[in-house]
Design a binder for this molecule. Structure first.
Ligand code: SF4
Length: 243
């Protein structure tokens, strides 16, 4: 079994309520969406996967794509699993590789190594096929106004209904022009399923209008009328120049 990957590395979680936790990241290539603000576009299919070979972040080797299960397991083991909070499945959209995940996750899970899935929240069938091996789900809800995507409300609702059996947090990327209407629609979608933590993440990237502090506080206030745990958290790893 093999798949196409972009990188394997050890760093701190830069988004959401577990920000700062030391984690091992497996970044898979390919995505089923094309968000306007994407920093890892779906068409990114590198010939080689960049692999951190030890805890020295300058110690880099490259695996030729597609990479094999054994190569990924070995790479994770070389990164001292005992100090890591979880293995992060990220991308791209990692659920596109659900067949590969079914094989590799039982080999990777250990007493401290939990599995943290970062997903765009649209591939419900694929989630269901691996959900027993996942501990945390960081799910996006895509707002059409800033993602540039067609509305995905029904896909997100179906996905969240399946995901909610695990520890789930929702991330909504907002910009300076995000409307109250679509933001509230996302909040109500979540509240209609469960009172889950919601992260408001201001968009990054030069070409987007950023939401100012007043706007972020107002959106948080709106969301807190429906959900009890709403946090404003930017992409912290970018502030620290980390991967
Ligand atoms: S879902 Fe994530 S990886 Fe896919 S296009 Fe959107 S931002 Fe990029």
């Amino acid at each position: 079994m093999e798949t196409s990957m972009i990188e394997i590395f050890s760093s701190v979680q830069g988004e959401g309520p577990l920000v700062g936790c030391r984690q091992t990241f497996l970044r898979f290539a390919g995505c089923n969406l094309e968000c306007a603000y994407c920093d890892t576009p779906g068409e990114m299919r590198p010939t080689h996967c960049r692999v951190q070979n030890s805890l020295d972040c300058k110690d880099i080797i490259f695996y030729k794509n597609p990479v094999k299960v054994d190569q990924v397991v070995l790479a994770v083991k070389r990164l001292k699993p005992s100090i890591h909070h979880a293995i992060v499945l990220t991308g791209g959209e990692p659920l596109l590789q659900s067949e590969f995940l079914k094989v590799i996750l039982p080999l990777l899970k250990g007493s401290r190594l939990r599995v943290y899935l970062e997903t765009n929240g649209t591939l419900t069938k694929q989630l269901e096929s691996i959900i027993d091996m996942v501990d945390f789900i960081a799910m996006d809800i895509k707002l059409p106004g800033i993602s540039g995507l067609f509305p995905l409300w029904d896909d997100h609702r179906k996905f969240l209904a399946a995901a909610v059996q695990k520890e789930v947090f929702i991330k909504v990327v907002v910009g300076g022009k995000t409307s109250d209407e679509e933001f509230i629609r996302a909040v109500r979608l979540v509240a209609g399923i469960a009172d889950l933590p919601l992260i408001i993440q201001p968009v990054t990237g030069g070409r987007f209008v950023k939401p100012g502090p007043d706007r972020l506080l107002f959106l948080q206030e709106l969301a807190l009328e429906h959900l009890s745990d709403v946090r404003v958290i930017p992409q912290v790893h970018k502030i620290m120049y980390m991967l």
